[in-house]
Design a protein around this ligand. Structure first.
Ligand SMILES: Cc1cc2nc3c(=O)[nH]c(=O)nc-3n(C[C@H](O)[C@H](O)[C@H](O)COP(=O)(O)OP(=O)(O)OC[C@H]3O[C@@H](n4cnc5c(N)ncnc54)[C@H](O)[C@@H]3O)c2cc1C
Ligand code: SF4
Ligand code: SF4
Ligand code: SF4
Length: 508
């Protein structure tokens, strides 16, 4: 059979992995979106030389079920660096594996955002670039020519980590056609991937022309288990909505907007092709309570000796669990998501009303306009203006580094700070203290041109941080609730403290 016949007989066979287009020696396969917004291969027959490489490479067309000799080893794991864990969707396992490869001069491939916030496979060669690959993006990632790039790097004897969905890993393995000792493949437990076209339209709707600073499908602002879609805007606050209440993510989790192949996925266990599978250790509080703190715990499934070897080199805090627990707590490792009965009707409506997909999304959803209007960006516009006024005042005095301590829910502030302070000024740092947890004080974001990372120091380390970064004064939102320990700490830290205040009714 040929891939074109396979797709016309059952569209759901094609995962969109792009192995065929990467394999074509004449570059005569382009990926074209259908009415649902998913890409399928289109062969340009006028250039095709009928070499058959596309058919021979397709993992769906050449699918063979496998059965491992023994069950994989399974662990729950936590990255020891709190900042990395905060920026990761689960426990930071992806970063821990990447760190080993990067330290050895290797290269990481995975799903990131491009400049238009579309999800595409790209590479990272250092720790800064890795940030874009971190975090789950609930949209099908476009591979482009990445399999070819992976091969080039492998042939140079460079260490390579390739990460993606199980169908991406299967696509890469078929494209390469042989094992490479210097390649580590990591796939995610995969619920499925939603339509890129719908994501683009949805994001346009949410942004309403405002420039986007950051998108996080798995914001842990309200805890790992209560994850939110959070979108920050440079000039206009943020949108944050619990994943089950957000139009797009809820429709994804309910099986309306995923690719057809995701409902008949061939690459669930035991048919994945990766060395390591990573996911969320949902329910960890029940089976390994000491590994739960609601900041994210990874589930790690080790399929090969290579995977085990890399896993043991990481600095993750780990605990082994039995394979049975995965079967009980994470069905997506083994089975496909079930499509919603209304899926076909939904996409028929999208086809009939192509300019108003958001209206269609709302029609098939239980979202109410009130929820949107009180869920972040619109609600906080006035408050943002107040903060911007304060920040502009502080910016005028820019001769010192200072620590700004403000309330939670400050995605609005993030955008305002970026706009007012981070215009390439190498000298001034603004450090935003977000909240305190027990006897620790937690920096939500440490915004400095040279230090774009989040730190969560102990009180002792905080004093050292003040010293290291020459922080000379502190500004505090007077209405921020603080425990006695934090108040005492600030009173005795030795730095001058100034307060600012929003009007009571505008307090967040
Ligand atoms: C579409 C999707 C569905 C998922 N469904 C489940 C699920 O049902 N159950 C579960 O336990 N876990 C699921 N996960 C995995 C989980 O959300 C985390 O990605 C995983 O646990 C890794 O987290 P981390 O903390 O190790 O690192 P992170 O830094 O969060 O990991 C990011 C990794 O995810 C990859 N990635 C991100 N977005 C995509 C994408 N669109 N396509 C391909 N690769 C991508 C990156 O390349 C990188 O390897 C899903 C992930 C994705 C992307
Ligand atoms: S048969 Fe060969 S040339 Fe034609 S599309 Fe397939 S890979 Fe390309
Ligand atoms: S190689 Fe991938 S994209 Fe190409 S036909 Fe097969 S499944 Fe579809
Ligand atoms: S569910 Fe299966 S087909 Fe869909 S993106 Fe994940 S691995 Fe690919």
């Amino acid at each position: 059979m040929k891939i074109e016949n396979m797709i016309s007989e059952n569209r759901a066979d094609c995962t969109g992995c792009e192995a065929c287009s990467n394999a074509c020696p004449k570059n005569c396969i382009t990926m074209r979106r259908d009415d649902e917004g998913f890409a399928y291969p289109k062969i340009h027959h006028e250039i095709c030389i009928q070499c058959g490489k596309c058919d021979a490479t397709c993992p769906a067309l050449n699918f063979q079920s496998t059965m491992p000799d023994k069950l994989p080893e399974v662990f729950v794991a936590i990255h020891p660096d709190e900042k990395i864990r905060r920026h990761s969707s689960s426990g930071g396992m992806f970063t821990a594996l990447s760190e080993i490869i990067l330290r050895d001069g290797g290269i990481i491939f995975g799903a990131g955002f491009n400049e238009n916030w579309q999800v595409v496979h790209t590479s990272a060669e250092n720790f800064d670039e890795l940030e874009n690959l971190r975090g789950s993006k609930y949209v099908q990632s476009e591979i482009g020519e990445v399999y070819r790039r992976v091969k080039v790097e492998l042939e140079k004897d460079r260490k390579v980590l390739f990460s993606g969905t199980p169908c991406h890993c299967a696509g890469l393995k078929n494209f390469l056609g042989k094992d490479y000792p210097n390649l580590l493949t990591v796939d995610v437990i995969c619920h499925g991937t939603p339509s890129p076209m719908l994501w683009e339209k949805y994001l346009d709707y949410l942004a309403q022309g405002h420039e986007i600073a950051r998108v996080n499908f798995r914001s842990k602002r309200f805890g790992w288990a209560n994850n939110h879609l959070e979108i920050n805007f440079y000039d206009c606050g943020f949108y944050a909505q619990a994943n089950f209440q957000d139009n797009f993510v809820n429709q994804f989790l309910n099986g309306i907007i995923e690719r057809p192949s995701c409902h008949e996925c061939k690459f669930k266990f035991p048919n994945g092709k990766s060395d390591v599978t990573i996911g969320d250790a949902w329910g960890v509080q029940n089976f390994a309570p000491n590994m739960f703190d609601n900041r994210g715990t990874s589930l790690v499934i080790l399929h090969t000796d290579k995977g085990k070897d890399f896993f043991r080199q990481t600095e993750m805090v780990t605990q082994q669990i039995s394979f049975d627990i995965v079967m009980q707590t994470n069905p997506m490792f083994l089975t496909s998501s079930i499509p919603d009965d209304r899926r076909q009707k939904f996409f028929d409506d999208v086809k009939n009303f192509p300019n108003v997909p958001i209206a269609v999304m709302k029609k098939y959803f239980f979202e109410s306009p009130q929820q949107i209007s009180t869920s972040g960006r619109n609600f906080q516009l006035e408050v943002v203006e107040k903060y911007v006024a304060i920040l502009q005042h502080l910016a005028a005095r820019r001769e010192k580094n200072f620590l700004l301590i403000t309330s939670t829910l400050n995605g609005d502030l993030f955008g305002a700070i970026q706009k007012n302070f981070l215009n390439g000024d190498e000298e001034i740092g603004v450090y935003v203290l977000h909240s305190q947890v027990g006897d620790r004080i937690e920096f939500f974001d440490c915004l400095h041109p040279n230090l774009s990372y989040t730190v969560m120091p102990s009180v002792e380390n905080l004093l050292k941080t003040f010293k290291d970064f020459h922080i000379t004064e502190i500004f505090i939102d007077r209405q921020l609730p603080m425990d006695e320990g934090s108040k005492n700490f600030l009173a005795n830290c030795g730095l001058p403290i100034r307060t600012f205040e929003l009007k009571a009714e505008e307090n967040l």
